[in-house]
Design a binder for this molecule. Structure first.
Ligand code: PLP
Length: 387
């Protein structure tokens, strides 16, 4: 792409390109969404109920897993999944330092200690070898994060969990419908936690989450824990919490679920277009996709490695009405809230490098090819100092 004919100032009528476009998503789904919300409103079945049961069944079936348990949000899904897979307060759970804080925060919130192990520099996924090295005598669980829509190496983590007799819980908040080496997220873990935060590949109109598990025992426990440990009304077998998925959110998700495969496919097509544009560009390096992976591109992430720093590149795109997000500008171990876990700068070099370099480009399914080309062209120009 030539940079010589580009105008020095952006035209005034440029269409903004943003990381998400919830209005376009609503329009694509059509009137069914509003009808579903009204149906639940009129039914009076606001908490759990038939819409939640249908979503649990269909979302589990989509991933080839027997049981789905709808909960209030993705953070609760992790907490309840860990609890149900027998992680106890005081235990150690190995996870990633490069993720949304909730992955590690949920471990600490349920009273266990997050033990961090570095990620692979080229994928930003938890490195199974480093995770193994972080296991100690108190470790009872591993929480790989399927970051940006790509699954961590679940075959390696399953083998590791079996060898060390650990619970294996997946953080699949960003990977609805992803698979790797022929298995979907949810199939190899003891439990798998999803978020339906509105901007996710499958998003509610509010908060929502789901646990998938193939284990009857884990499912029964999760169903109990989401309702104050109560298998039967006013009988409390163990401590739990109130974390039930709401009927209106489930109804919204039931309307959107049939669109998920096509939306994920469009995300992959956009990613392929970006990949082609950035081929051979030293300043803009996409994260790697592993072989045999069905990536669902919750984010399309590049490392900005040119002489212009990442934040300056993002600034330079603003006049061109292109918004690029940074997930995540600071790794987990350098957060104030993580101080009690005893880590410091330099402990996880790959996570720290990624936090400095990553930029997540718009990849939602309602972008046109022309939008994608505009982002790619402007980004390369800015990264080369030609904006
Ligand atoms: C990787 C990851 N884990 C956990 C969560 C927590 O999900 P929620 O915001 O639904 O609590 C999120 C989402 O925001 C996430 O991206």
């Amino acid at each position: 792409m030539s940079t010589t004919t580009r105008p020095a100032t952006p035209p005034a009528d440029l269409k903004p390109i943003a990381p998400v476009d919830l209005a376009a998503e609503r329009a694509a789904v059509g009137p069914a969404l509003e009808e579903a919300v009204l149906r639940v409103l009129r039914s009076g079945q606001y908490i759990l109920g038939p819409e939640v049961e249908r979503l649990e069944k269909d979302f589990a079936a989509l991933h080839g897993v027997a049981h789905g348990i709808g909960v209030a949000n993705g953070t609760d899904a992790i907490v309840i999944a860990l609890r149900s897979a027998c992680v106890q307060p005081g235990d150690h759970v190995v996870t990633s330092p490069f993720t949304f804080f909730a992955s590690a925060g949920a471990i600490a919130w349920m009273g266990a200690k997050p033990v961090l192990a570095d990620v692979e520099l080229d994928t930003a996924l938890l490195d199974p070898k480093k995770a193994e090295a972080a296991i100690d005598s108190k470790t009872t669980g591993i929480l790989p994060v399927h970051l940006y829509g790509q699954m961590a190496d679940m075959k390696a983590f399953r083998a590791l969990a079996d060898k060390k007799k650990l619970a294996l819980v997946e953080d699949a908040a960003q990977s609805h419908g992803a698979s790797r080496d022929g298995v979907s997220c949810g199939q190899l873990g003891d439990a798998c936690a999803f978020s339906f935060y509105p901007t996710k590949n499958l998003g509610a109109c509010g908060e929502g989450g789901m646990i998938l598990t193939k284990s009857e025992h884990v499912a029964a426990r999760a169903r109990r824990v989401r309702e104050h440990g109560s298998p039967v009304r006013y009988t409390h077998a163990e401590l739990g919490t109130n974390s039930r998925l709401q009927g209106i959110q489930a109804a919204v998700l039931n309307v959107k679920l049939p669109f998920l495969a096509a939306w994920n496919e469009r995300r992959r097509a956009i990613a392929a277009r970006y990949d082609a544009a950035f081929k051979g560009c030293a300043e803009v390096v996409p994260l790697a996709r592993r072989p045999n992976t069905v990536h669902v591109y919750h984010q399309y992430t590049v490392r900005l490695r040119g002489p212009v720093g990442r934040d300056a590149v993002i600034e330079a795109l603003k006049p061109w009405k292109i918004a690029v997000a940074v997930h995540y500008p600071s790794p987990v171990h350098l957060q104030e809230a993580a101080r009690p876990w005893g880590y410091g700068p330099g402990d996880f070099p790959n996570a720290e490098t990624l936090a400095r370099e990553v930029a997540c480009l718009p990849v939602h399914p309602f972008l046109s090819d022309a939008d994608v080309d505009r982002v790619a062209e402007r980004l390369m120009a800015a990264a080369r100092g030609n904006s």
